[in-house]
Write a protein that binds this ligand. Structure first.
Ligand code: C2E
Ligand code: MG
Ligand code: MG
Length: 597
């Protein structure tokens, strides 16, 4: 059975879904069948039958139909007579059908068989298989005889089978097969359009524990929620797949700079860090899974999909090894972490010596007035080849190596110098403030040596406009003399900010032990505002805590107007985040400050 030219859906005629096997090869043979027999067969046939005109002047007009056709189309037979055959099918297929009918009518092809959509009178769409042939002899006018079978169910089964083969039944995400195929295509597309492809390989950190503690049912719900968060937080055209178990993959076909990549991965990592609330018939609970993410980037169209997956997997395992809840970009030294360490240290040393470290500044906005009240200095390294490298790629090495002091000094020095420049702009209201990230060790050292105060006075800024940001993690286990040093620093005016507040351990003891000035609500809680009632409650509690203890509170990671409004409603004093302003070069921030005058 040959497909007719111009028909979009050639049919394998061995797959007849319904009714007795009515071969469309069978011709109406006037010699063997009487008129009465034909009428009987036509009327009683279990498939839809129709006769239509085949004259060039007035083609395709239905002249007779049977009951089965009326049923298939959901219209009375009488209504069908007089209609044009292409009008019976869905508009999308009407042109194809008309073309094929013309071919059959003109005798160019003897028979046509194809599947198309038909529009039922109730508006629903069914799939039908139409076979048509030219009937009649040389004496009378020829007519088209067609039979139409409902193959909707058959097609649904086929589509279902395709879904099973390519999609994960639990989460509805693409499965490994589809993901690998997609990756192969986007790599090949680099030939025509050069660029960079990245894959994110995420493995949940505590999934096994969740499964073991609460059972498969809860585990499944967590996976479904993780899938939804991934989908919602990566660009629409990126493919998100579930590879197996608790492993997910995102294929990014057009990743931009390293910074774009960093932002994307950080967003993904952060949303997976948010607790998942699970309600089943048996249990309501909140679980924290979090993920370690490995990233592989390629710009060569000849890169193999296996290689990329292998690299991303290696980077993911490295992220796990380095303490989970983080991400790692693959590079050649990753097979051996010691090599990475040395490499990064060498890069950092060179960058410091060659003046290739740079600070970007993110505005911290007063939520009541909408004005910039301060900025946070965020460190980047400029790589001659890779461009701007985010701190996530090197800060762990910097903090643990001998470079931590020279680098920390450079940051404080540069930030103070810059702040003095901006403070010289005459703005109404309190002086602009600067927040600098330091490790607990650095803060203690700076306090002991008094270097921060020296920097501040050299630059000509008031110490009370300078803030040191430390995470609870780096204060963990600080010795008593460190506390004393920090207190001295605080008396001199330099403020201490607890960064990522709420993500560390026993947070409240720090508030007693250290001279804390500001709490920064971690972005993972802000991300859950209005989405997760627990996050609403945590954010409200931190704001209340700040108010009760006379501490400043800054919310981090505000990405939407809804989050900003929610924070305003909770009377949060200040916030920062992409919605209010991304970290930016000093010149851009200066423009923002001038625009506020
Ligand atoms: P952090 O101090 O908590 O800084 C906030 C991080 O969140 C920054 O990442 C910032 O770019 C990012 N961010 C800001 N707004 C948003 C938002 O709306 N959504 C999301 N998803 N992210 C947002 P960055 O610059 O990559 O810095 C990462 C971390 O590296 C910092 O976290 C800080 O702990 C550390 N760091 C940065 N600069 C320095 C430094 O000079 N010294 C030290 N020791 N650590 C630094
Ligand atoms: Mg910070
Ligand atoms: Mg933070």
């Amino acid at each position: 059975m040959g497909a007719t030219p111009g028909v979009s859906e050639p049919i394998d005629d061995t797959r007849v879904a319904h009714g007795p096997s009515t071969s469309s090869d069978q011709e109406v043979d006037g010699g063997a069948v009487t008129g009465a027999q034909f009428r009987f067969a036509f009327t009683a046939a279990p498939v839809g039958m129709l006769l239509a005109t085949a004259e060039p002047g007035m083609p395709n007009v239905v002249v007779a139909t049977n009951h089965a056709l009326a049923q298939l189309l959901g219209r009375p037979s009488a209504e069908l007579v007089g209609m044009s055959v292409p009008d019976l099918v869905n508009a999308l297929d009407a042109d194809d059908i008309a073309e094929v009918l013309a071919g059959v009518s003109a005798g160019a092809t003897r028979r046509g068989v194809w599947e198309h959509r038909v529009r039922r009178i109730d508006g629903s769409i069914a799939w039908a298989r139409l076979s048509v042939a030219l009937a009649g002899d040389e004496h009378g006018p020829k007519q088209l005889i067609g039979h139409l079978e409902d193959v909707t169910e058959h097609r649904r089964t086929q589509e279902e089978q395709t879904r099973h083969a390519l999609y994960d039944g639990l989460t509805g995400l693409a499965n490994r097969l589809l993901a690998v195929d997609h990756l192969r295509r986007v790599l090949a597309a680099l030939r025509a359009q050069p660029g960079r492809v990245a894959v994110l390989y995420a493995d949940l950190d505590r999934f096994k524990a969740v499964n073991d503690t609460y059972g498969r049912d809860v585990g499944d719900r967590v996976l479904v929620e993780v899938a939804a968060r991934l989908r919602a937080n990566v660009p629409h055209l990126y493919l998100v797949a579930r590879l197996a178990g608790d492993e997910f993959l995102v294929v990014c076909h057009d990743i931009g700079s390293d910074e774009d990549l960093h932002e994307l991965v950080e967003r993904v990592r952060t949303v997976l860090e948010n607790p998942v609330e699970v309600r089943t018939a048996a249990i309501t609970t909140t679980v924290h899974v979090g993920a370690s993410i490995g990233v592989s980037v390629a710009d060569d169209p000849d890169t193999g999909t296996d290689q990329m997956l292998h690299e991303a997997g290696t980077a993911m395992r490295e992220a796990k090894r380095l303490g989970r809840h983080r991400y790692q970009v693959f590079d050649a030294s990753l097979g051996d972490p010691a090599t990475r360490w040395l490499q990064v240290e060498r890069d950092l040393r060179a960058a410091l010596a060659e003046d290739r470290m740079v600070l970007h500044y993110q505005p911290i906005v007063d939520l009541a007035s909408g004005r910039i009240r301060g900025v946070e200095a965020l460190l980047r390294m400029i790589d001659p080849v890779r461009g701007l490298i985010p701190p996530g790629d090197f800060i762990d090495v910097a903090e643990e190596s001998a470079l931590t002091y020279p680098l920390g000094d450079w940051v404080v020095n540069e930030a103070c110098r810059q702040l003095a420049v901006w403070q010289a702009i005459e703005r109404p209201g309190p002086a602009l403030t600067m927040a600098v990230n330091v490790t607990g060790r650095q803060a203690a050292e700076a306090a002991r040596s008094g270097s921060v105060l020296t920097e501040a006075s050299t630059a000509g800024i008031a110490p009370r406009t300078l803030f040191l940001e430390v995470t609870e993690r780096t204060l963990l286990g600080a010795a008593d003399e460190v506390v004393a040093d920090l207190e001295a620093l605080s008396r001199a005016g330099v403020g201490l900010t607890i960064d990522d507040f709420g993500t560390g351990y026993s947070s409240l003891t720090y508030l007693q032990r250290f001279p804390v000035h500001t709490l920064k609500i971690d972005q993972s809680f802000v991300a859950g505002l209005g989405v997760n009632p627990r996050d609403d409650a945590i954010v409200a509690a931190v704001i209340a805590l700040g108010a009760a203890l006379g501490l400043e509170v800054v919310a981090e990671g505000v990405e939407t107007v809804e989050q900003q409004t929610a924070l305003q409603a909770l009377r949060c004093p200040a916030a920062q985040g992409y919605f209010l302003g991304r970290p930016m070069p000093a010149d851009d921030l200066a423009r923002l400050l001038l625009a506020e005058l």
